[in-house]
Design a protein around this ligand. Sequence first.
Ligand code: CU
Length: 169
Amino acid sequence: MLITMAMAMLGMVLGASHTVGAPAGSWDLQTNYTLWASRTRFTIGDELQFQYSTTMHNVVEVRKAGYDSCNSSNPIATFLTGNDVVPLAAIGTRYFICSVPGHCAAGMKAQVNVKSKAVRTVQRCRGTGKRLRCRSETVLSSATTAGTDQSAVAQLGLAVVAAGLVLFF
Ligand SMILES: [Cu+2]
């Protein structure tokens, strides 16, 4: 538990690295990037990693219009190394496509919504009945790989509150 929390804290400081398409896929023609992005939370300070064969693919960052129409003629940036690291330094939506003919149209396009690191308050209680003591804690819900652990911690806190209320009434 402590190790998990320590790793979560470390992850928040360092930011998370998200391999695009992982864990099931990579930057390829098989992965559903809408699904992938929906399962990942991206926050400021994180980075994307595009891993692919340079003989097969590339990564072009475009604006929404280019993303929607699979048009890479007006790129923001082009990546060709096969192991491209893209920092997510600001809030907003980023659009990436593969510019190899037909690939974007076949689904090789990823849209990433970068959010701020959210802060929320969780109440933690100990004791029972009239001796119930509660205190509020600030929890960072960030997007690190430990994000699920953090939400689990928050849920545990809520469960404790709920249990405390049950005992109180
Ligand atoms: Cu491609």
